[in-house]
Design a protein around this ligand. Structure first.
Ligand SMILES: Nc1ncnc2c1ncn2[C@@H]1O[C@H](COP(=O)(O)OP(=O)(O)OP(=O)(O)O)[C@@H](O)[C@H]1O
Length: 637
């Protein structure tokens, strides 16, 4: 096909939207386009080096991988060229014409039109190649894939479409030419380009070279001849893989910039850990905790994982085998000395070395988070707000690290009665009352429901702290977390309430007396309610409410039942234990009711009320309302 047979293709709708948004919302940070393009060039070099392990011919006699920058002041263009893997025609169309990420549609749904918010979202999404259009009104990409003879030219003005044509290109790799907008000529200055590379891309492991113009022969001050200097390519970055350098030599800034490259993130990381492990398994890990959750954190198809290198050679992206799923937000890389260079995902799957590294990396991340919790509570709160719900999957997934994971958990609690989850189990234990041997918690549908649960009444009265749980995953998590620091975690809506040594003799006596006053009531209620309840008993956990329902110790809690019903699972029927507060006026009233019919109605209304407070809904709400109305009318008589 000649250039005249150029084909014009339309961008995927999302690309158009993304381009538009990017140009507007990222303009204040426009210089990052260079970071993105250099980062892509470096990835392309990594990919070629990996493929060349199997087939050295791909180097075509040129194994010195590098990126080159040059500016043409007359044409008002800058060019970024690499001799990496390059792209075929199909790859160009799919990489530079569509967005292949899973969850893209959801991402676009979340855009609000508010520039500040949207630019943050774009950052999370990854800006990449399209950022070229922030400074250019036309971009030309010429690329030839290693090992192929046909090259391709892609060109677009960043509006609705792009053209694609077959061209000749002697050198393998990709050359991107940006036709700068009128007002962007600052980027034609080599000092400016040099400054940006030093700032953002110093850590790139291949040389980034800038063309130094030739200097003609000249005369010195004393008439001596100064020889002409030929034009040449000069490396302007350090060009050593950052993670191979000594920790003490790497600045915070360098770690942060490197994160943006490996993590494809826009924001700075919250924290990182860089370790060289020697001994039986030898590897270097550089693990980062992002500041913001990616938009697709809960998308099952989302690719997550670390970048894997073997002896400094890039092997693959998204090696998910080195992190458990509840730490899937961790970004960074691993460089192993022990894995074979031809390692594949299949080999990684069932491999002793993988397991050893995974174990090491997991405990390193858990320690890093624990330290952050202790030393930088504000950062930790940011982390928890973003990723807390993922960490909550941990106790079920990683039995061996249960205690370490439990230390990371944060909860809302009656100590503050605030929605922010910021109370740790260790803090809870420090505040435990004398004689208290359990950690109490309640799970409800929402924070408000948890906070006003009738089950809390006695705890509030006695000043015993209770953790307030209301995230979807909470019930599931708590079913896997039964103990912490040798203390049992106890749901206050389950089983008989035993406040252990915290009740003094006097209180116990008063309780017995109040039960005596309504003696026989339990049996009467049990008779009228029949098999609607599993058991009826008195309770002293309530102060303001007449009654409540609790789950039997061996039964599923009502929150768990609800969760299972929501996902369409058959739920084995478990009946509630109905508890009556013998000190409450309504319960006393019930006891005095001689008319068995009315007694039955009162008992049912109390049961329905308790169910409503516990589950937020009733199986037969109309029945409840009509019984309640009848009783109200009776009261009028
Ligand atoms: N210089 C290059 N050489 C070879 N392929 C490239 C080059 N630049 C881009 N690509 C291809 O185009 C794809 C899209 O690039 P783009 O920068 O938009 O996204 P990305 O690098 O995959 O991720 P992110 O958006 O997070 O940066 C890349 O994944 C790669 O396959």
């Amino acid at each position: 096909m000649s250039a005249a047979q150029k084909e014009t293709l339309g961008f995927q709708t999302e690309v158009k939207q993304l381009l538009n948004l990017m140009i507007h919302s990222l303009y204040s940070n426009k210089e990052i386009f260079l970071r993105e393009l250099v980062s892509n060039a470096s990835d392309a070099a990594d990919k070629l080096r990996y493929l060349a392990l199997q087939n050295g011919d791909l180097y075509e006699g040129d194994a010195e991988l590098r990126v080159r920058l040059s500016a043409d002041k007359d044409a008002k263009t800058i060019t970024i060229s690499d001799n990496g893997i390059g792209m075929t025609r199909d790859e160009v169309i799919s990489s530079l014409g569509t967005i292949a990420k899973s969850g893209t549609a959801d991402f676009f749904k979340n855009l609000t039109g508010d520039q500040a918010k949207d630019s943050q979202l774009i950052g999370q999404f990854g800006v990449g190649f399209y950022s070229a259009f922030i400074v250019a009104d036309k971009v030309t990409v010429r690329t030839r894939k290693a090992g192929e003879s046909q090259a391709v030219e892609w060109e677009s003005q960043g509006e609705g479409d792009f053209t694609i044509a077959e061209v000749e290109k002697a050198e393998r790799g990709t050359e991107i030419t940006l036709h700068l907008r009128e007002e962007e000529s600052e980027f034609l200055e080599t000092y400016r380009l040099r400054g940006i590379v030093t700032k953002y891309s110093d850590h790139i492991s291949i040389p980034v070279e800038l063309y130094k113009d030739p200097v003609p022969e000249s005369e010195g001050p004393d008439g001596e001849k100064i020889e002409a200097q030929p034009g040449e390519w000069e490396a302007i970055n350090r060009a050593t893989a950052l993670w191979t350098r000594d920790k003490s030599e790497i600045s915070e800034e360098e770690y942060k910039e490197f994160y943006k490259h490996v993590g494809h993130d826009w924001e700075e990381p919250l924290s990182w850990a860089h370790n060289k492990v020697e001994g039986k398994t030898e590897y270097t890990s550089l693990l980062y905790i992002p500041k913001k959750a990616p938009f697709d954190l809960y998308n099952r198809e989302r690719q997550a994982g670390l970048k894997l290198y073997v002896q400094r050679v890039f092997i693959m992206d998204d090696a998910e085998q080195f992190m458990p799923s509840y730490l899937r937000f961790v970004k960074g890389l691993l460089d192993s000395n022990d894995l074979p260079l031809n390692v594949s995902r299949e080999i990684l799957q069932d491999n002793k070395i993988t397991q050893a590294i995974r174990k090491g990396c997991t405990s390193r991340v858990l320690k890093m988070l624990e330290r952050m919790g202790k030393n930088k509570p504000e950062d930790y709160q940011t982390f928890w707000n973003e990723f807390g719900n993922v960490i909550k999957e941990g106790p079920a997934e990683d039995f061996a690290n249960k205690e370490a994971i439990a230390k990371l958990l944060r909860f809302s609690s009656t100590h503050t009665d605030e929605k922010t989850q910021n109370v740790s189990l260790e803090q809870y234990i420090e505040r435990m009352k004398e004689g208290q041997d359990k950690i109490y918690y309640v799970v409800a549908d929402s924070f408000e429901a948890a906070k006003s649960s009738p089950h809390l009444e006695i705890f509030r009265k006695k000043g015993i702290e209770v953790l307030l749980l209301s995230d979807r995953v909470d019930e599931w998590m708590m079913s896997h977390l039964t103990e912490f620091d040798e203390k049992q975690l106890q749901s206050i809506t389950r089983g008989d309430l035993d406040l252990g040594d915290m009740d003094d003799e006097e209180t116990k006596k008063a309780h017995e007396e109040s039960e005596k006053e309504v003696e026989g009531l339990v049996e009467r209620v049990k008779t009228v309610l029949g098999d609607k309840v599993k058991e009826v008993r008195f309770t002293h956990r309530l102060t303001d409410s007449p009654a409540c329902v609790v789950a039997d110790d061996n039964d599923m809690s009502s929150q768990m039942q609800k969760l299972m019903e929501q996902v369409g699972q058959a739920v084995p029927e478990s009946k509630p234990v109905f508890e009556l507060n013998p000190e409450h006026q309504l319960v006393k009233h019930l006891n005095n009711e001689q008319d068995e019919d009315k007694f039955g109605q009162w008992a049912e209304v109390l049961l329905d009320q308790a169910m409503l407070a516990e589950r937020g809904s009733l199986k037969d709400p109309a029945g409840f309302v009509s019984r309640l109305n009848k009783l109200m009318l009776d009261l009028q008589k």
